[in-house]
Ligand binder design. Structure first.
Ligand code: ZN
Length: 163
C-alpha cells in the first residue's frame, strides 16, 4: 500500500491532459514530453514517480514487471476516464488536497493577504473571495472561483459515471 503523500506521478506525453486534473486534486504530477522512453524511465526511478502512460512498451519492460518501476497503463483515451481508472486502481482521493498546487508549474501555492494580490485579480473576484493563493514560481493567483468549482463538479460527475 502506497501512502498518499508518496504518490508522485510522471505523465507521459500521450496522456498530458491528466496533469492538470492530478494537480487539481493535489497530487504532484510532472509532464514528460520529451518522447524518449529511457529519459522518462530514468526520471521516474530517480524521483520515485509512477509513470502514467498509454504506451504498452513501457508497461512491458522488465523493470516494470519486476516492480522496480511503477507503471500504470491507461486503458482509456479520455482524461476523465483515465482519472477514474487511477482513482479506482491506486485509491486516489479526488478531495486529497485541492487548491494546493499550481496547475501550471506543479509547485505548492501559498496563501497571500488580499492586499498583496489585489491588483492582479478582477475587482469582482477581489470583492467576493476571501482566500487567495499564489504560485511562487509563475506568480499566478488562485482562488476558489467559478472555474475552480466547475472543474470540481466535472470531476465529481465523471466519477459517478458507470463504466
Ligand atoms: Zn505556477
Amino acid at each position: 500500500m502506497i501512502l498518499a503523500e508518496d504518490l508522485r506521478f510522471i505523465v507521459d506525453t500521450n496522456a498530458g491532459k491528466l496533469v492538470r486534473w492530478l494537480r487539481l486534486m493535489g497530487y504532484d504530477a510532472v509532464f514528460f514530453n520529451n518522447g524518449n522512453d529511457c529519459l522518462l524511465i530514468n526520471r521516474a526511478l530517480k524521483e520515485n514517480r509512477i509513470i502514467l502512460t498509454r504506451d504498452t512498451r513501457i508497461a512491458d519492460r522488465k523493470l516494470a514487471k519486476d516492480g522496480a518501476l511503477k507503471v500504470v497503463l491507461l486503458s482509456g483515451d479520455m482524461p476523465l476516464e483515465q482519472l477514474k481508472q487511477l482513482i479506482l486502481n491506486l485509491n486516489l482521493d479526488p478531495d486529497y488536497n485541492p487548491f494546493s498546487l499550481c496547475l501550471v508549474c506543479n509547485h505548492p501555492i501559498v496563501e497571500q493577504p488580499p492586499d498583496a494580490i489585489q491588483e492582479r485579480v478582477p475587482p469582482f473576484v477581489f470583492k467576493t473571495q476571501r482566500v487567495f493563493r499564489e504560485c511562487p514560481v509563475c506568480r499566478r493567483v488562485y482562488w476558489r472561483g467559478t472555474h475552480w468549482l466547475a472543474m470540481k463538479r466535472h470531476l465529481a460527475k465523471c466519477l459517478e459515471m458507470k463504466n
